[in-house]
Design a protein around this ligand. Structure first.
Ligand SMILES: [Zn+2]
Length: 513
């Protein structure tokens, strides 16, 4: 028997449930949102007259302090990720300011006077690029799992978001995720969530590169009453961050099943105005195409094409249910796909996104973890492993999606998806110094025959020892240097305590007696 795929009615029911939940659940009291944990702000508290200056300074200086001079990463195996796939054993990489200035072969003279990071026994790789997620949801991680989507949303995620989502929740949740991502070798993340300035503030404090900004959805959210209201001052964010060294302003529209096409088009026009990435969920579920046809007379990809929104820098998150025609249309446009294999599998999607086909058609494909409540970690090594295996499993072909292809997706592929491939994604001189050192002197990585095999099938985020973003060392010897990790976790535990109380009262209201 053929079961019809639900359309608009189904999505309307989810949205109505969300709206009823935000009406009925009161907001809980928030922490002091100005209390940030940067080393600079701790110092500022002690040096009261300088505090304002320091606080402003810490937010706008994500590169290396000028007195630190050049940095030489010496003695590792450098996986350059250029077109030719060059790998240099025992090489050195010179970083000057925020960029890579030279690759120096083993045996060639090293410049004098640079600070040296000894990379012996390490793979030196481009920082990993997480092309899709909702970082602040780390504060909801593990609240509920293993449930049908509607139960998970209606009984857990919607009430939790209704009670807690506010600037402080977004700031601390994003910061928590940023620490996890940096320590695991991710140097850039694309994010769609509420309270954009708090996402940006957390990313700047952590020292991670963020692709984020206004987020448009067709109903009231914790930060705006309507998409029109969200867009009304969105240009201010885009303007403020347009030349920022580590925040790449982007515009997101949630999806066509939640947001009217006209609002999606207005959001896209803003992205166009700033030549910015445009982020949208697309075809995570077959019902999206049915709903889009009911609402617009076109499928999701065709509808996006009709408003001109398919172009380089447009990120289609998930893209599981693509038709051959959709693949052709996306390939011709230059738009990219953020593939989130673990989130898709956890949700019980019994089909893999057609990644091998998309790559063969020339579509840029990157990897994403999706939100930490649906994965449930932000480890891009884990995601690479899953991406390779799910294609082999679904296609019944061990040769599908080889390790090198997957590693390229997590680096240059992601950079291309975000239209940032001239700046990040590889270790070529001239690019931003977003560099990760992975320690191979570990039981799980010894001996080493083929670097891509270890990077995709054996390495974990916990094998990362040092991380550099925009020329600044942000993780050294597995320690985050930019924020007080203990304090971040303490704040996260505080949100956890309050959420437990909220969920107890929700359960009591649902099941009185
Ligand atoms: Zn998502």
């Amino acid at each position: 028997m053929l079961i019809p795929v639900p359309g608009v009615e189904y999505h309307r029911a989810i949205i109505d449930s969300y709206l009823a939940t935000i009406q009925s659940i009161p907001k809980v009291i928030h922490l002091d949102r100005d209390h940030t944990p940067t080393r600079a702000s701790a110092l500022a508290a002690r040096l009261a007259p300088l505090s304002l200056l320091l606080l402003l300074g810490c937010g706008d200086a994500p590169g290396p302090p000028p007195h630190e001079g050049p940095l030489l990463i010496d003695g590792g195996t450098v996986i350059v990720m250029d077109e030719s796939g060059m790998i240099l054993e025992g090489a050195a990489m010179l970083v000057e300011g925020t960029r890579i200035s030279a690759l120096i072969a083993a045996g060639d003279p090293r410049p004098a006077g640079a600070r040296v990071i000894d990379a012996t026994g390490h793979l030196v790789i481009p920082g990993l690029i997480n092309t899709h997620g909702h970082a602040a949801m780390s504060l909801l991680r593990g609240l509920a799992d293993d449930l049908p989507l509607l139960t998970w949303l209606n009984d857990y995620i919607f009430p939790a978001e209704a009670a807690l989502v506010a600037p402080d929740f977004v700031y601390w949740g994003t910061l928590l995720s940023a620490v996890e991502m940096l320590k695991g070798g991710t140097t850039t993340f694309a994010d769609m969530y509420y309270f954009r300035t708090d996402i940006a503030r957390a990313a700047i404090d952590a020292g991670i590169r963020a692709v984020t900004g206004p987020h448009i959805i067709g109903f009231p959210t914790p930060d705006f009453a309507s998409p029109e209201e969200s867009l009304a001052d969105a240009a201010e964010f885009m303007e403020h961050y347009r030349d920022h060294p580590t925040v790449v302003p982007a515009v997101a529209a949630h999806a066509l099943y939640t947001t009217p096409l006209e609002a999606v088009e207005n959001a896209f026009r803003l992205a166009e105005q700033y030549d910015a990435p445009f982020l949208i969920h697309a075809l995570e579920d077959p019902s999206e195409d049915v709903a889009a046809r009911e609402l617009t007379g076109m499928g999701v990809v065709e509808a996006l094409g009709s408003i001109g929104a398919l172009r380089p820098g447009t990120v289609l998150a998930h893209s599981i249910y693509l038709s051959d025609e959709d693949i052709e249309r996306i390939a011709a446009s230059g738009a990219g796909i953020a593939h989130n294999p673990q989130s898709n599998m956890k949700l019980g999607v019994a089909r893999a996104a057609p990644v091998a086909e998309a790559l063969a058609a020339g579509i840029p494909v990157g990897l994403g973890t999706d939100g930490p409540a649906s994965n449930n970690d932000l480890d891009m090594f884990d995601e690479m492993d899953a991406a390779a295996k799910v294609q082999k499993f679904m296609l019944g072909d061990p040769a599908a999606l080889p390790a090198e292809t997957v590693f390229r997706m997590a680096t240059m592929g992601g950079a291309r998806v975000l239209n940032l491939h001239d700046e990040i994604g590889s270790l070529e001189p001239g690019k931003r110094a977003d560099i990760v050192l992975l320690d191979t002197r570990r039981p799980g990585l010894t001996p080493l025959y083929r670097v891509y095999s270890h990077l995709v099938y054996a390495a974990r985020g916990s094998d990362v020892s040092t991380v550099i973003v925009n020329g600044r060392v942000v993780v050294r010897d597995r320690q985050i240097l930019t924020v007080d990790e203990e304090q971040v976790m303490e704040q996260a535990r505080g949100f956890g305590d309050r959420l437990r109380e909220v969920m107890d009262s929700v359960a009591a209201a649902r099941d009185p007696g």
